[in-house]
Design a protein around this ligand. Sequence first.
Ligand code: ADP
Ligand code: ZN
Ligand code: ZN
Length: 730
Amino acid sequence: MSVLRLAIPSPLRQAFDYLPPENCTDAQLGSLQAGIRVLVPFGSREVIGILLEVVPASDIALDKLRSATAILDQEALVSSELMQLCQWAADYYRHPLGEVLPAALPASLRKGEAHKSQGESAWRLTTEGRGLPPGALSRAKKQAAALALLQAADAVSDEALQAREISRAVLRELEKKTLVESCTIPPVAMTPRARDALTLNEEQAAALAAVDAHWGKYASFLLEGVTGSGKTEVYLQLIDRCLQQGRQALVLIPEIGLTPQTLNRFSERFEARLAVMHSGLSEGERYRAWEMARTGAAHIVIGTRSAVFAPLPRPGLIIVDEEHDRSFKQSDGFRYSARDVAIVRARTSGVPIVLGSATPALESIANTESGRSTLLTLKQRASGGALPPIETLDLRRAPLQSGFSEPLLQTIRDTLSRKQQVLLFLNRRGYAPQLQCHDCGWIADCHHCDARMTVHRAQRNLRCHHCNASMRLPRTCPQCRSGALATSGLGTEQVAEYLRTAFPETAVHRVDSDVVRGRQAMSDLVDSVSAGGPCILLGTQMLAKGHHFPQVALVGILDTDTSLFSTDFRGEERMAQLLTQVAGRAGRADVPGRVLLQTHYPDHPTVQALITQPYADYARTLLAQRRESGMPPAGFLALIHADTGKAGAGEQFLHHLRRQVGLPAECALVGPLPAPLPRRAGKFRNHLVLRSTSRPALQHALGELVAQASAMKTPGDLRWSVDVDPQDAF
Ligand code: ADP
Ligand code: ZN
Ligand code: ZN
């Protein structure tokens, strides 16, 4: 008797056994491949599982096993390479394999739709049509022409038919007569080609040569290059080498960086098939991109986080651009780091991987110091021109107008009068972060979170940026009926309003997720700013990523201080990354830039570090400090979260869990502690922090904790989860 062992999307960390479907013959059973989808009853529902293996017997009595409903695929949809990668990720992140494997499939296949191989749509003759003599249907000229074309080939693509001016209507007529039918044909094979490569400078050429020596085997590189140093040009030339070997390249990009500009750079360079994968695509588009990658028709697969699980029959190179970006870490559910999974994927596939950034994560720098990865540096801007120096503006005792000191306003005026552009950074959207009653002290809090509601004045509402709850902006105080409601603090909406009155002649572009929605909007904005002319860009971190604005000659950071006193141990690293990235948007050879930081703490060590040394040096100082404190990357961390609607229940659960496990000497448990936002969307959030000086010890202790937690009864709505290598503050 054969038993199907399946991974099923369920919080239970185990495989599930089923009998084969009743109509399944022995011959069919013998040919089943791991990685196919199987429809099975699960509780009272039907779900889709992935076949792990066919085993001769189960630990469960045969008469207790349920039968699978149907086998959905002939061939494996998850290749053995990806199966192995998913298994690694499930083990490493302590997440159920059944919930990891779906990451390797597009939504339509996860839902059970039939797997259709992708190709170009085309038309061909039916048996009846093939029976017609040449020159048939001569009275209907167009139909006769179509027939003649189809008689000359097995199938003709829509495109080719259209080129001969044969309309769909004509084909439909023939279809009605059952002479022709639609079909798909495999995409025509094409040889990828690159054009217009730039001549690399010395640093770029050295980087290329270093990777060039490692084709066909695993090697890891960190390309640490200042903004504008030509990292992308290095990627493009590496991809070209990869394609010339008949292999596929996988390029991972942060969520916000995948814009039409980025894609244009690839499609201008390569005459090759690109498969693009990101969250903004329709289900059909995602499916087509996935299938193109899987069949090998796509030469380059470019996508955001989840593209790290894209199927690639002939992998040759992996690139992770802006590798420090937080969007590579999934922050809920299956909490994986796409960058780290990419490194493991490169190793299991035996291909080189290049991580690139102007502001690498300390984890990646540490890997170059330990010899696990090779450091490649680009210190010069490729287009010439120096990086703008960073200066501070002391805000102490300085009169402020809507957050601006007079020296900053004067510098803005001077810059605009030279017909140059200004970029201002304020990492807070909305009109104001707080609404308060002057008479009784009432503050607009979110009812579901431990957070204040943000005032959005144009839309006349209050919104919680943590749970998206919103309500109408009140005119009078809900507590005392007074009309003396006042906002405090500044958001981009308010500052943009001020700028429009202070600089009535100048275009002011507000850039935050409230006004710039969708990839096209950002792209339009970049186009109009690049077209030239003085203007002011005011935005949040949206401005810090990816886009270069060559005519920006002044960058002003309005609220340096809000990021200065973070409780997160990564606070300084993050701040240095953000400010270096924002500063790097400015300047080119003929437009030297200036970067001004407004701060009440010009002597603060982080501020001093930023103005006196490049990120690369400061990052290494921070890394030395981490080695002293034993924090990552010098030590290892994991969190066990408990979320519940009942106050106290999460803490109690975690206390109990903590008492159940004995820890190896290299590990320590801290907590339970309330999360930085202790209540979000109505859930109380607590966690245990597991620290260790050794990775294997951490994994071992985590295994114990997960086994215990799985065995414990969870009260009511409590959900627990694991976060290995957490990125968020705690
Ligand atoms: P990064 O990805 O490091 O920010 P880019 O690859 O976008 O840098 O390059 C910045 C600018 O320099 C681009 O306009 C690019 O065309 C130009 N550039 C890159 N490499 C070279 C080169 N070798 N020679 C001339 N210009 C270059
Ligand atoms: Zn009041
Ligand atoms: Zn909320």
